[in-house]
Design a protein around this ligand. Structure first.
Ligand code: GLY
Ligand code: MN
Ligand code: MN
Length: 353
């Protein structure tokens, strides 16, 4: 991976690449913990961390010179500046989306040109390797198994918070990383809240229960949503659910290499375009996922991204009716040479509990 960065540096006549985003650090160096920054130069790989992580960094990243930034500069940015000057580097780039103003204020004092770049490593990350696909597949399978467990616990009287914590627990015992994820588990009218937070509300008969959740496996993430009904679904619940299923299926048919984000969005709204439900959809219908939950490519009418074989993306159209409720089905898909493959496979048909 360092080689890819060097090729980018060479093509752009840059002598150094400062990596400040922790997920990008992990992607490039295989380091799995915190407080870490990289400086890639033409000849050397530098890894900046503090003494809490130095031993782990040395074990995980044998190709790097480990630097305790606290010994060199007052801050990470000052340490980078000093290194750049010691190495006589004339120009370097930094991740404009992840360097704070205060860091930049120190970097720009270096006797070298400091240039912001955006999306370079994220672009590499959007095409997954075999190893990454296997980790993503495992994260999705864990979430699928947790679904089979949690639906047995969804009963009148249990609260959203209790269910959310059981769901997290099931994923960890099924093999997930322990890092918390912030699952959405909401019920009844609250299911129209796109990013609702689990509350102390108890599950009632007739509620939709919407679970938007996932986990990490070796740092790689799953993200899926299922919506179930407690008891018998009403005719309107059935109608909204079947429209949502159609939106999901139509979107998946459009998810092929070369399809634009706009193509996928247009496919996702085909089933509701001429119905009263059109006003209740949200137009961000999916996103790439890997070490970070929302990453390139993004699927929405505002995005210029185009799908390619090796992308792993979610597809999550939804219908959200204020003061009534919402339905979302979200799956995680691998884009293949010929189309796509589901990585999440939990039951999608409407479950009445
Ligand atoms: N609904 C947010 C997400 O799944 O990304
Ligand atoms: Mn989700
Ligand atoms: Mn998602």
């Amino acid at each position: 991976m360092e080689q890819k960065i060097r090729e980018y540096m060479k093509a752009n006549h840059i002598g150094g690449f400062f990596v400040a985003n922790l997920q990008n650090v992990r992607y490039i160096s295989n380091y799995t913990s915190d407080d870490a920054y990289l400086l890639i130069t033409e000849k050397e790989n530098y890894f900046l961390t503090d003494p809490r992580y130095a031993e782990q960094a040395a074990l995980e990243c044998p190709k790097y010179k480990i630097i305790n930034w606290r010994e060199k500069g007052k801050t990470v940015a000052e340490t980078i500046k000093l290194l750049i000057e010691e190495l006589n580097i004339k120009s370097f780039c930094f991740e404009g989306d992840f360097v704070s103003y205060n860091m930049y204020a120190q970097l720009r004092n270096a006797k070298a040109e400091a240039m912001p770049v955006s999306g370079v490593i994220e672009g590499f990350r959007s095409i997954k390797s075999e190893m990454e696909i296997e980790c993503l597949r495992a994260a999705c399978q864990i979430a699928d198994r947790a679904f089979e467990r949690i639906i047995k616990d969804i009963k009148v009287g249990i609260t959203e918070k209790e269910l959310a914590s059981k769901l997290s627990h099931y994923m960890v015992i099924e093999g997930a990383d322990t890092k918390p994820y912030g699952n959405i588990l909401i019920s009844g009218k609250r299911t129209s809240l796109l990013h609702g937070i689990p509350s102390s509300k108890s599950i009632e008969y007739g509620d939709f229960v919407l679970m938007d959740y996932g986990c990490g496996y070796k740092g790689y993430l799953s993200d899926m949503t299922r919506t179930v009904v407690v008891g018998k679904a009403t005719p309107e619940q059935k109608k909204v659910y079947s429209l949502e299923m159609k939106m999901s299926e139509d979107s998946k048919k459009a998810m092929v290499p070369g399809a634009s984000a706009k193509d996928v969005y247009e496919a996702s709204i085909k089933a509701i375009k001429d119905t009263e439900y059109y006003q209740y959809h949200y137009n961000g219908v999916g996103h790439g996922i890997g070490l970070f939950v929302h990453e390139t490519p993004f699927l929405s009418p505002r995005s210029d991204d185009v799908l390619a074989s090796g992308n792993v993306v979610t597809i999550e159209p939804g219908i959200y009716i204020p003061d009534w409720g919402g339905v979302r089905i979200e799956d995680q898909m691998l884009i293949t040479d010929n189309g796509n493959e589901h990585l999440t496979n939990a039951v999608r048909e409407l479950i009445e509990l």
